[in-house]
Design a protein around this ligand. Structure first.
Ligand code: A3P
Length: 302
């Protein structure tokens, strides 16, 4: 493709679009070299679907007995720096040196995850998805911030047309979601499938479910002591955006691009895309969504 969101050129590899930077090398390395452990936890998502929130919630849930809420690492570190982003990390780190249980994240399509991860009956995958209209708007506005000043902007109309045709980082988006959805149907005990909208509606229920899925259910004492509420407060959009660390500093997932910490947060709302898309755009994407999901038994959260 000679058009792409963050970078003007994307590479299509086995049906998915990658930026021609070290992430692509990482995805190849991941498939070639990564050895799954039965205790691995993978947080998987397409970009802009709630990855930052899921990372914060999972890190806080898994490590809840390790840290006090008043001095929690999430108060001074962006969630992205609390765990390796495997696609980039593997290019210049030794993943074997990470202690178990390894909490890892990836934007890879299910079919491009390491084979040993897909085949391990024990390692766990948590996937989050979000309705495509909000994903597109979030992705477009995020990408425009990252493109400048290296690359000229592209119009929302042009980016939307590309998204509808499946061209976006790690896309096509529908194939990304459906890949994990189908895998989950086959192995429900291995893959937890989350929807951003449902989590926004009932976060307590979903964090409880997440903790159970990861083999760390909240005890009655913890629930009574309000631990779930503390985790939700700590990981909330308002809390994270109020922190000094979210206003300064950058995350350099790859040597080529450093992303300003503030860029990971925008509105954090369900349905904001209606303020950005024309009725025609909404109709087009709704129609594509309907066609893509027909017969799959899957529906996005609203
Ligand atoms: P919007 O652009 O719609 O605001 P990702 O983390 O996968 O890049 O997704 C980014 C989206 O998640 C952005 O959506 C961002 O604002 C939202 N987000 C980030 N942190 C969040 C949080 N703690 N709670 C809810 N949404 C959050």
């Amino acid at each position: 493709s000679d058009k792409g969101l963050i970078v003007p050129t994307l590479i299509n590899y086995k049906g998915f679009w990658y930026p021609p930077i070290s992430i692509f090398k990482g995805v190849l390395l991941m498939q070639d070299q990564f050895k799954a452990r039965s205790t691995d936890i993978f947080l998987c998502s397409a970009p802009k679907t709630g990855t930052t929130w899921l990372k914060a919630l999972t890190f806080a849930t898994m490590n809840r007995s390790k840290f006090e809420f008043a001095t929690h690492p999430l108060l001074t570190t962006v969630p992205h720096n609390c765990m390796p982003y495997l696609d980039a990390y593997i290019t210049d780190h030794d993943v074997e040196a990470l202690p178990s249980p390894r909490l890892l994240s990836s934007h890879s399509a299910y079919s491009l995850l390491p084979k040993s991860t897909r085949e391990s009956p024990d390692c766990k995958i948590v996937y989050i998805c979000r309705n495509p209209k909000d994903v597109f708007v979030s992705d477009y506005l995020f990408s425009m911030k990252l493109r400048a000043p290296m690359f000229p902007p592209i119009s929302m109309e042009e980016a939307f047309d590309l998204f509808c045709k499946g061209v976006c980082l790690y896309g096509p988006y529908f194939e990304h979601v459906l890949g994990y959805w189908k895998a989950r149907l086959e192995s429900p005990e291995k893959i937890l499938f989350l929807k951003y909208e449902e989590m926004r509606r009932d976060p307590v229920k979903h964090v409880k479910h997440l903790a159970e899925f990861l083999g760390k259910p909240f005890s009655a004492e913890e629930e009574k002591a309000g631990v779930i509420e503390e985790i939700l407060k700590l990981c909330s959009f308002d809390k994270l955006t109020s922190l000094e660390v979210s206003k300064t500093g950058k995350v350099a997932f790859v040597p080529e691009i450093a992303i300003g910490n503030e860029t990971f947060y925008r509105k954090g709302k369900v349905g904001d895309s209606k303020n950005h898309l024309t009725p025609e755009m909404i109709e087009r994407l709704d129609k594509i969504t309907e066609e893509k999901l027909k017969g799959t038994g899957f529906a996005f959260g609203e």
